[in-house]
Write a protein that binds this ligand. Structure first.
Ligand code: G1P
Length: 294
């Protein structure tokens, strides 16, 4: 069965981005000229997802507004003859069916996914974390669904090698390589200390999950950091479902981290059709100035 629904959790406080994220959801902070969450929604749409389920929280209504029609703005742009901008704005609201549900208390990623249970229904579905932007062609999620369709049934996680001193920031898998880029996951652990990490293969924010994950999440006790962890639910479900880690092709940016966010801005800026050449000239100039100073 092909996967048509994708859940994007976006309920967190975004404390790593304070003060920028105090009144503006971090998911709306732009990479060049687009909010981070739009990159994620576009990946889902380019993969063939037909319904995106946003899990939001208090003060996050502007994320829904971003994907909604904006009658006043469209009217204004039409009156001013700004057809290009009008098209740009309309394309966002035409993208895909967006449904949203609120996570009323911030109890962790696993709990956020559980909030989408009724809307997902009894079908396998995708999860995309808004902090992880993957620049890839075909999109990372498409690559994973292609793998999933070959496997038939099971769980597919996006994985990536990370430096050992960063394993404590990720879900880490222990697994055996079974094909090119593909690992059969034997166990997984959320944010282990480096000495307990079974490998340096980290789960990046893309998951293909069966609906049975909801039953597990409903009774799962809090794990790392006192939160209900998706990683723990997948570990439990691995007793009944095969779990695979897929080393996707493409460049991943940690847009949930200030430095990662900055790097993404530079990289996407350089690829931007209008701004790219000017950004490149500017960076060369800056690099020369820095070299002269050292
Ligand atoms: C979440 C997951 C973690 C995963 C990471 C990927 O952690 O809990 O397993 O490796 O996303 O970005 P977070 O970064 O939200 O703390």
């Amino acid at each position: 069965m092909t996967i048509k629904k994708a859940v994007i959790p976006a309920a967190g406080f975004g404390t790593r981005f304070l003060p920028a994220s105090k009144a503006v959801p971090k998911e709306l902070l732009p990479i060049v000229d687009k909010p981070t969450i739009q990159y994620i929604a576009e990946e889902a749409i380019d993969t063939g997802i037909t319904q995106v389920i946003l899990v939001t929280g208090r003060e996050k209504g502007s994320i829904e507004d971003h994907f909604d029609i904006s009658f006043e703005l469209e009217h204004h742009l039409k009156a001013k003859g700004k057809e290009d901008l009008l098209k740009l704005v309309q394309e966002i609201s035409d993208m895909v069916q967006i449904v949203s549900v609120r996570q009323k208390t911030p109890l962790g990623l696993g709990h956020a996914i559980l909030c989408a249970k009724q809307i997902v229904g009894n079908h396998p579905f995708a999860v995309l974390l808004a902090d992880d932007i993957v620049d890839a062609n075909p999109p990372c999620l498409r690559q994973m669904i292609d793998v999933y369709n070959k496997i038939g049934k099971g769980i597919v996680l996006a994985i990536k090698e990370v430096p050992r001193d960063e394993v404590y920031q990720y879900g880490i898998i222990d697994g055996e390589r079974v094909a090119d880029r593909l690992y059969r996951v034997e166990s997984l652990v959320e944010k282990p200390p480096v000495e307990e990490a079974p490998s340096n293969l980290a789960v990046i924010g893309r998951y293909l999950l069966p609906p049975e994950i909801f039953e597990v999440l409903e009774t799962l006790p809090p794990g790392k950091g006192g939160e209900i962890q998706l990683t723990d639910a997948i570990a439990r479900l691995s007793e009944h479902f095969p779990v695979y880690g897929y080393q996707f092709e493409g460049e991943r940016y940690d847009a949930g981290d200030k430095m990662g966010f900055f790097i993404a801005n530079v990289r996407f800026g350089l690829k931007h059709p209008e701004l790219g050449p000017r950004i490149s000239d500017f960076l060369i100039k800056i690099a020369e100035e820095i070299k002269e100073q050292v």
